[in-house]
Design a protein around this ligand. Structure first.
Ligand SMILES: [Zn+2]
Length: 215
């Protein structure tokens, strides 16, 4: 049996995120929203609604422009994480979820630099990666079949989707119904192998996600 965990990155978006929340509520599914500080500033009510409805709110950097592993300017990583966490405030989960980003969803050493990893460890953060990238931003309709194929190849899938106005989220309902029809169950918590750092403690090696450029 396949378990699926949904996550939504790069929001909140004023139109898309409420529609995603409606869909998830209709299906009684809880997920995690990895938000950008820069968007959260003016749209906190959306994240508050997500939190009230049982979803988790995680940190996905402030402006999402340069992957932290590609940034060598001292202080940038700290600022990208800290400013966003301040804005999340009391909407944060006690595990303090943080998800890095890299180009095209590839898990490599672009994700973090030394400063970022140190900050996450000292700050008691939980680093949440992923194992299914259906590229909804490239295939606003076709992501559904891609995601289904990828999910059913593993016991516990953690999907990255984007609550952005690409049109992709209009197919979320179809994805959920089809996955359930095929026997999947939905769970909020993440597969363990996608969480190398738990409340600041390393639970699996992170060297491959950390560049040495700013060591
Ligand atoms: Zn992202």
């Amino acid at each position: 049996m396949t378990t699926i965990t949904l996550s939504f990155d790069n929001g909140p978006d004023p139109d898309t995120t409420p529609a995603v929340l409606d869909t998830l509520a209709r299906h009684d599914i809880r997920s995690t929203f990895f938000v950008l500080g820069d968007k959260l500033r003016d749209r906190r009510a959306i994240a508050e609604r997500a939190h009230e409805e049982g979803h988790w709110v995680g940190n996905h950097t402030f402006n999402h422009i340069v992957p932290l592993g590609m940034s060598s300017i001292e202080g940038i990583s700290t600022s990208e994480i800290a400013r966003t966490q301040d804005l999340i405030g009391d909407l944060a989960h006690p595990r303090r979820f943080f998800r890095p980003f890299g180009g095209g969803g590839i898990l490599n050493d672009n994700l973090l630099n030394r400063e970022a990893l140190r900050y996450l460890m000292e700050g008691g953060f939980t680093c949440v990666l992923w194992n299914v990238i259906p590229e909804d931003w490239i295939y606003p309709q076709g992501w559904v079949e891609r995601a289904l194929t990828l999910c059913f190849q593993r016991p516990h899938a953690l999907i990255v989707l984007h609550d952005l106005p690409t049109g992709a989220m209009t197919s979320l309902d179809r994805f959920v119904r089809t996955a359930r029809d095929r026997g999947a169950r939905f769970e909020q918590d993440f597969p363990r192998d996608c969480v190398p750092l738990e409340r600041g403690e390393l639970v699996s090696p992170m060297e491959s996600y950390v560049t040495d450029a700013s060591a």
